[in-house]
Design a protein around this ligand. Structure first.
Ligand SMILES: [Zn+2]
Ligand SMILES: [Zn+2]
Length: 310
C-alpha cells in the first residue's frame, strides 16, 4: 500500500506491505480520510520521539472495516464505517483493569508508537474502534479525536451558569466554544493575546487555555475571579512559569483535562448538537505532504485532510 512514512532519511510517500490480521482482536480499516494534527508535524520533525526505523504518520481518521480477527468479529462487521480513538490504553495496569482505561498512564498512540493513518490501510485493536452512523460523513468522523480532546473541558468542574473565557481564537478554541454552548453555557468569550490586556480583572468564573505561555497564564490568573478556575488544555512539553503566591492568594483552581468520551464526541457531531463544517478544510493526496505540513504551521483555521486513495 502507499503510505506517508517517517524513516531514517526523512518523510516520504512509499509503497510498503499492507497491514494484515495477526492477532484475534485486530481490525484492518481501509482509510477514507485522515486529518492532519500539530502532533503529526511534531513527530515528522522529530520533536516527539516515535517508533523507528519506520513509521506511518497520522492518527485522526475514519474508514471502512475490511478484515478482522475472530474476537473482533464478535463486535464489528466487515464493511462497517468506523473511526478510532488513537490513544491506546495498556489494558493491564490497575486503572485499565478497574474499567478506567481513559485514565491509563501507559498509553501508546497510533502515528507515534504504532503505524498510523496516512496510508491506505491501518491495523488497530478492536477496543479502539467506534462505528459511526451512516449520516455522519468520513470528514466529520475523522475529526472525532479533536472533539474528544475539547470535550474534556467539561470534566474540569465548570458549570453552565458560569461566565467563561477561552484564550486562543484558533480552531481548537472555536471547537471548545461550540461544545460549551451545546452543553448550555451561554456566557463564553474567546480572546486572543492582543485583547488580553483590555480585559477587566476578575471578570470570569473560569478560563480555558489552548496555547500556553507564561504570559498567557499570568493574564488568565488576573482575568478569573478570586476562587476561579483555569482549565489547562494545551500539551506543551516545556515548563511554564506560574507565580504560586498569586495563585494561592486568589485561591485559583488549576484543572488539567485530557480526553472526554469518544462515543459522546461522535454523537455530538452526528446529532448536529455541534456544527463543525466550517472548521474542516481541504482534502489532499499524500504526495502533497510537504506543502500541507508547511502550511499547517501558519494556517490554523481549518483542519486539513489526506485522502490516501487520491
Ligand atoms: Zn490529533
Ligand atoms: Zn493501562
Amino acid at each position: 500500500m502507499r503510505a506517508l512514512l517517517k524513516n531514517q532519511t526523512g518523510i516520504c510517500v512509499d509503497t510498503i506491505p499492507a497491514p494484515a490480521v495477526t492477532r484475534d482482536d485486530d481490525v484492518i480499516i481501509d482509510i477514507a480520510l485522515a486529518g492532519l494534527c500539530r502532533t503529526d508535524v511534531f513527530v515528522a520533525e522529530g520533536r516527539i520521539p516515535a517508533k523507528t526505523p519506520q513509521l506511518v504518520l497520522g492518527h485522526e481518521f475514519a474508514g471502512t472495516v475490511s478484515a478482522m480477527g475472530d474476537a473482533a468479529a464478535a463486535r464489528i462487521k466487515n464493511g462497517a464505517r468506523v473511526t478510532v480513538m488513537p490513544i491506546l490504553p495498556c489494558g493491564i495496569c490497575a486503572l485499565c483493569r478497574a474499567g478506567r482505561a481513559i485514565s491509563c498512564q501507559h498509553t501508546s498512540m497510533l502515528g507515534i508508537e504504532h503505524d498510523g493513518a496516512f496510508g491506505e490501510k491501518i491495523r488497530v485493536p478492536q477496543s479502539a474502534v467506534y462505528t459511526i452512523p451512516d449520516t455522519l460523513s468520513f470528514r466529520h468522523a475523522a475529526y472525532s479525536e479533536p472533539v474528544a480532546a475539547a470535550l474534556s473541558v467539561l470534566k474540569s468542574g465548570i458549570r453552565p451558569e458560569e461566565k467563561g473565557v477561552i484564550y486562543g481564537n484558533n480552531r481548537f478554541g472555536q471547537l471548545i466554544d461550540r461544545i460549551l454552548r451545546a452543553y448550555g453555557f451561554h456566557d463564553i468569550t474567546i480572546v486572543d493575546a492582543a485583547d488580553a490586556d483590555g480585559v477587566e480583572d476578575g471578570l470570569y468564573d473560569f478560563a480555558v487555555e489552548t496555547l500556553a505561555t507564561s504570559g498567557m497564564l499570568r493574564s488568565l490568573m488576573r482575568m478569573v475571579r478570586v476562587q476561579g478556575r483555569i482549565v489547562l488544555k494545551s500539551r506543551k512539553h516545556e515548563p511554564i512559569e506560574l507565580v504560586l503566591a498569586e495563585a494561592v492568594r486568589r485561591e485559583i483552581t488549576l484543572s488539567a483535562v485530557n480526553y472526554g468520551d469518544f462515543r459522546e464526541s461522535i454523537d455530538l457531531m452526528a446529532s448536529g448538537k455541534i456544527i463543525v463544517d466550517d472548521l474542516l478544510g481541504e482534502e489532499h493526496a499524500l504526495e502533497d505532504f510537504a506543502d500541507v505540513f508547511e502550511r499547517s504551521k501558519t494556517h490554523e483555521t481549518r483542519k486539513t485532510f489526506f485522502d490516501p486513495r487520491k
